[in-house]
Design a protein around this ligand. Structure first.
Ligand SMILES: Cc1cc2nc3c(=O)[nH]c(=O)nc-3n(C[C@H](O)[C@H](O)[C@H](O)COP(=O)(O)OP(=O)(O)OC[C@H]3O[C@@H](n4cnc5c(N)ncnc54)[C@H](O)[C@@H]3O)c2cc1C
Length: 424
């Protein structure tokens, strides 16, 4: 069992008011104990803002399996060789200054009745409320050959930033000039709608510099480009003409990892020198294993005022794991915004305060076309009480007119700012 001394050691917390087992039965000064699962865009933001906006009265424990945060946004630039993995890695140390106790471990279970989170190595943590932002996991059944670890180490997704990002970069560096890089995109919804098209542009830009006889093939299971269509098409028919080929309705049945071949649902198999497959996605395993995936057994439904699960009480969910509201992308910016609405609501629920009835969130998603020129899409979403969901605000948001260098500067600043907002 995880005792108080272990807890302080693991979390590196200084002595103070520590309430384990939640405040439901505790007697500390704290207003409550919140356990946050997952220290990505949603979870890290929630942990910090729960501490900041409660003036330190809510005890917060963040459980994250990775020792450092590595950002998916900007990771396509690592694949293109413009940035390094160190450039997109941020320490969790900054959260400790806000009094967040950070434990690096895997959450393996949730006992909703006893309000306990089970960890792989550190025993159990009691909670008054839990906040989950576990991101996505892959539906390997849809690509059966990729269930083997061996196949997964050869045919990469690089859709969670980290070792796979570095490995995909290496595959491209090792590829002969004149080779083909193919990226296969699953049917929406998936994490980051414009991300695969940005990656195709980034790989094409790298080929222009280093391997000009090579080609990029986009095999999209969707009927059409799912985001920033006009802006991406302009690049594919302009600066990358003859280098990028786009094909729609390209669903796959499986892969052959030995021969680097895609087995298409319709039409001939496709072979590539570097094959990058994004399997269909669903809410992170910890959500699906604990009955929180109550939308098509794939995504999690919540009350958009509090982010509390509609399946399990006292458990709040954020980010990519959600069944999205209409026109709401699965993005890091969006997860960061969910986290702030949720943090405010959880503090209100713990202190008997009133939950904001009119939350509003915004999203901006930048995509790098080459090393300097960038495009964006933006939107604003507000709560609609009649429909009990978030709807886009009429006339809000928009798209870049063209790829441009000014937005290249904005995009890099966006990343630095959001990492600081989450983690500093
Ligand atoms: C190539 C690419 C480019 C992108 N570009 C952009 C962009 O430009 N702008 C943008 O806004 N978004 C972008 N995104 C999307 C963005 O990365 C995601 O939408 C965002 O990460 C979602 O946040 P999250 O908190 O839901 O999940 P994540 O950020 O993935 O965080 C989940 C965390 O939970 C941890 N975790 C999961 N399960 C457990 C467990 N059981 N125990 C312990 N820890 C656990 C994971 O280790 C992870 O750290 C991009 C994504 C990709 C792949």
């Amino acid at each position: 069992m995880f005792n108080r001394r272990d807890f302080l050691k693991a979390a590196g917390a200084s002595a103070g008011v520590i309430t384990l087992g939640g405040c439901a039965g505790g007697s500390g000064k704290a207003t409550g104990h919140v356990v946050v699962v997952g220290g990505g865009y949603g979870g890290a933001t929630a942990a910090k803002y729960l501490r900041m906006w409660s003036n330190g009265s809510v005890e917060v424990t963040l459980v994250e399996r990775n020792s450092e945060f590595i950002s998916c946004p900007i990771s396509n630039l690592v694949i293109a060789g413009e940035k390094t993995i160190a450039d997109i890695t941020v320490s969790y140390e900054g959260l400790k200054k806000w009094g967040v106790r950070v434990i690096h471990d895997d959450v393996v279970g949730i006992d909703a009745e006893k309000r306990k989170i089970k960890l792989a190595r550190h025993g159990e943590l009691g909670y008054d409320r839990a906040v989950l932002s576990p991101g996505v996991d892959f539906m390997w059944d849809a690509v059966p050959a990729l269930k083997s670890e061996d196949a997964q180490s050869k045919i990469l997704h690089a859709w969670k930033a980290g070792p796979q990002t570095v490995a995909l970069r290496k595959q491209l560096v090792d590829m002969k000039d004149g080779g083909v890089y193919a990226i296969q995109i699953p049917k929406a919804p998936y994490r980051c709608p414009p991300g695969p098209y940005e990656r195709a542009c980034q790989v094409a830009w790298y080929f222009q510099q280093a391997k000009p006889k090579s080609k990029v093939l986009i095999l999209d299971a969707n009927e059409d480009v799912t985001s920033k269509k006009g802006l991406f098409m302009k690049a594919w028919n302009g600066q990358f003409k003859g280098l990028i080929e786009y094909r729609n309705n390209q669903e796959i049945q499986d892969v052959d990892a030995r021969t680097n071949t895609l087995k298409m649902s319709f039409g001939d198999d496709v072979k590539a020198d570097v094959l990058n497959v994004l399997p269909p996605m669903r809410a992170g395993n910890i959500a699906t294993q604990n009955g929180l995936n109550n939308a098509n057994r794939r995504w999690c439904q919540i009350d958009w005022l509090t982010y509390e699960s509609t399946a399990v009480k006292n458990v709040h969910i954020l980010g990519d794991a959600l069944q999205i509201a209409p026109a709401m992308p699965k993005s890091g910016h969006m997860a960061n915004q969910h986290a702030k609405v949720c943090a405010a609501a959880v503090i209100a629920l713990l202190t008997g305060d009133v939950v904001n009835a009119t939350p509003m969130v915004a999203n901006t998603c930048y995509s790098f076309i080459d090393d300097k020129n960038v495009v964006h899409v933006a939107s604003v979403h507000r709560y609609d009480a009649a429909q009990k969901t978030m709807v886009t605000v009429a006339g809000s948001g928009g798209l870049s007119a063209d790829a441009n260098r000014t937005e290249g500067i904005f995009a890099n600043s966006w990343a630095r700012n959001i990492w600081a907002d989450m983690l500093a």
